[in-house]
Design a binder for this molecule. Sequence first.
Ligand SMILES: NC(=O)c1ccc[n+]([C@@H]2O[C@H](COP(=O)([O-])OP(=O)(O)OC[C@H]3O[C@@H](n4cnc5c(N)ncnc54)[C@H](OP(=O)(O)O)[C@@H]3O)[C@@H](O)[C@H]2O)c1
Length: 278
Amino acid sequence: MPALGVGTNRWNASGPGQARLGDTLAAALDAGMGFFDTAEVYNAGRSELALGEAARADGRPVLMASKFAPLPYRVTAAQFASALDKTLERLGRDSLDLYYLHFPYSPLGVGAWMRAMASAVKAGKIRAVGISNCNVAQMRKAAGVLARYGLPLAANQVQYSLLHRKPETDGVLDACRQMDVALVAYRPIGGGAINSASPTGPGPSALADTLREVAAARGATAAQVALAWLLKRNDHVIPIPGTTRPEHVRENSAALTLELSEEEFTVIGRASAPTPAR
Ligand SMILES: NC(=O)c1ccc[n+]([C@@H]2O[C@H](COP(=O)([O-])OP(=O)(O)OC[C@H]3O[C@@H](n4cnc5c(N)ncnc54)[C@H](OP(=O)(O)O)[C@@H]3O)[C@@H](O)[C@H]2O)c1
């Protein structure tokens, strides 16, 4: 699994920009970030379509993750299987590298959906099982059910950035380390709020000033420094910055080789107040 992936929630197959999305995918593969995150609900399936089309056009192997949304009217294993088949069809694949339960709020609960996931692994339709937006109790529940089928819980995808450090205070980061589960970090650059390209940058704050100082000293951008900080925080953390632009993929990928010193890491951490658990 690459240490950094690409979020595709704004990819849209019906938009005019498919060629640019193809270039974005190619740039990610060139940079060693060939792990793409999508979901059936992103642009009503058109993110999956756009990703599938870009991957087909490129031809190189691509790791893909998508998500099942346990909407309130979805309560059967047949609905799960049908949603997965539609996702595979849109992506143009026979199997998916990682399939997440998008969120835990469901009349059925996390455990029942993990049984459906285990059936999909057995059927060869998914290679690994993840959950998203789950707390520690839900992680343990999911891992317990999967263990009965001899399967590991591969990932919990949660919001994590220097602007949102809740996984450090609600136990999720610790649980990921203890259980050897990847913490896939969504919104890792605060939805674009942390970046150097915007004239407003991350805003007038201690964090913004510190990121700018470290970035200037290292000849890097604030986004690169923020991603490098997450990568240094723990090796279970896999940030998936969302982008529709090859130049942003190239910029973000430089975080993979930007090794922050202990002092830089500490100073940035201090400037970003940890988010309370509740
Ligand atoms: N599991 C969940 O519930 C959940 C929820 C939200 C998101 N996600 C996933 O996580 C991914 C990432 O989250 P996100 O997209 O919301 O937030 P994000 O990655 O923090 O930020 C994405 C925004 O930053 C911009 N950007 C990217 N790289 C940049 C750079 N180097 N310089 C300046 N701007 C840059 C992007 O615009 P450009 O297109 O112009 O680059 C986009 O507007 C999503 O794509 C999605 O796959 C999952």
